[in-house]
Design a protein around this ligand. Structure first.
Ligand code: GBH
Length: 461
């Protein structure tokens, strides 16, 4: 049912699990700064699961599940406290060396994300992702990581969810760095992220690929979208428009044309005109003298959680991404809500999205790098709903492979552990293992869904 070398994984990210926010010379990141700001109510990742000290406990969890792959992210500021390669924190290097070596010793392959939302604060102070300087700084960091860990790491992701970084960090301001600059900065930040990703991919290609023989991509998140009224042409157009503003925003430049989807640019420029905004396009352009973005991914990395119905939005005279998109999203009442209100459970959407990716981007190899289901209290250790969710979802992946011919290389459940769920703090639990945050030992206990996932893996690998 699944190909022989299918990757059965689970994922985490540095800020969400490591803690040790200033241990052994780590520099602060934008998430440290954001969470420590007065008035923040959702807690912080100062200690979290303390994986910086309790890594071996995580490894036991990984082995208990029988994973073939483990996805983790590196904390840029743990390795390079001021963000630059002028100061290398050897303690940070040692930590990740141990993690990687321990995984390999247990026959688990690491998939490593270089950037999962946690920019070194020192670089934020210089303009962060809004500044064009970030492109070279990211490339230096990436080269440092390839150089240091690439003899053992064969699957790399440069940036996790540039969409979320841009929209939540710079449009809505609910993620670090917490800026609300609607309709402007998210496009700029996403642009610099694409350029940084492309530069790092080219570096890998030129200097490391021949020797290290790994693969590099970026993780793109997208919902599956359906017209609110099936067959209604306005709703179908709205769907296409929103898909261009989410998946297409990153997938077109990297996998299709080297540029943003035309409908995205024309929607933004039309809206600018309507609002009397006269400057150059708010959506930046790629330049010919830069290394091309097209073709800078060795596989398609997809983070999928949920689906939406879509119809045209009401007109708006406020400058924002929302008014640029001109769509309204609605939930299908037949999709149950998992825990947080945004996570409508729709496993069929994953199959549809995989087929869409196959057809639109010329049949790339796809890894599902995140997919999951969350609980918000009361927490059930016998979480039958989540067990069912994993069974159903993995069945949809099997159908995508067998019936639709999608080349799926792996599936990574989000997440190995309950952890710091960003602006939702510790109230939203994605783990296959429960973490007791009240207990000084931060003990990890497998949920029923973890046992279910282990069974599925055992049956198929
Ligand atoms: C991913 O984000 C992240 O990569 C991962 O770190 C995270 O833990 C996981 O998924 C689960 O969220 O409250 O309605 O304003 C997925 C994108 C960003 C989707 C935050 C939900 C909350 C929107 N998520 N968003 S809302």
């Amino acid at each position: 049912m699944f190909p022989r070398y299918f990757a059965w994984g689970a994922g985490t990210s540095a800020y969400q699990i490591e803690g040790g926010w200033q241990a052994d010379g780590k520099g602060p990141s934008i998430w440290d700064a954001f969470c420590h700001r007065a008035g923040v109510t959702f807690g912080d990742g100062d200690v979290s699961c303390n994986s910086y000290e309790l890594w071996e406990k995580d490894l036991e969890c990984i082995q208990q599940l029988g994973l073939t792959h483990y996805r983790l992210s590196l904390s840029w500021a743990r390795l390079l406290p001021d963000g630059t390669t002028q100061h290398i924190n050897q303690k940070g290097v040692q930590y990740y060396n141990k993690v990687i070596n321990d995984l390999l010793a247990c026959n688990v392959s690491p998939m490593v994300t270089l950037y999962h939302f946690d920019l070194p604060q020192a670089l934020q102070a210089q303009g962060g992702w809004k500044s064009p300087e970030i492109v070279k700084l990211f490339d230096s960091y990436a080269k440092f990581c390839f150089q240091t860990f690439g003899n053992r790491v064969k699957l790399w992701l440069t940036i996790n969810e540039p969409y979320v970084c841009a929209k939540f960090g710079y449009e809505d301001g609910i993620h670090a760095p917490g800026l609300k600059e609607p309709g402007i900065s998210a496009y700029l930040v996403a642009h610099n992220m694409l350029r940084a990703h492309a530069m790092a991919w080219h570096s890998y290609d030129s200097f490391y690929r021949a020797k290290q023989k790994g693969k590099v991509s970026l993780a793109i998140n997208s919902d599956w979208l359906e017209p609110s009224l099936s067959g209604c042409s306005e709703d179908i157009d709205a769907c296409e428009r929103l898909l261009a503003f989410t998946l297409g925003w990153f997938a077109w430049p990297v996998f299709k044309t080297g540029d943003y989807p035309e409908i995205m640019r024309s929607a933004i420029d039309d809206q600018s005109k309507k609002l009397g905004y006269n400057g150059s396009s708010r959506l930046p352009s790629f330049f010919k003298d830069e290394p091309p973005v097209l073709g800078t991914a060795d596989f398609f990395a997809l983070n999928y959680y949920t689906s939406r119905k879509v119809k045209p939005g009401r007109g708006s005279d406020v400058m924002s991404m929302k008014s640029d998109r001109g769509v309204e999203e609605v939930l299908d009442p037949s999709w149950p809500i998992s825990g947080p209100p945004w996570l409508a459970v729709a496993p069929h959407g994953l199959r549809n999205l995989l087929k869409y990716i196959k057809d639109t981007f010329n049949n790339p190899a796809v890894y599902i790098t995140e997919n999951g289901f969350a609980q918000v209290g009361p927490l059930l250790m016998e979480d039958a709903e989540r067990s069912g969710f994993y069974k159903n979802t993995i069945m949809e992946v099997a159908k995508a492979i067998q019936e639709d011919g999608v080349d799926v290389g792996g599936y990574f459940a989000w997440s190995l552990l309950d952890n710091f769920e960003w602006a939702d703090g510790y109230s939203v639990r994605f783990g296959l293992f429960h973490v007791n945050f009240e207990d000084a030992k931060l003990s990890r206990t497998i949920y029923q869904s973890g046992r279910e996932y282990a069974k599925i893996i055992l049956k198929h690998k």
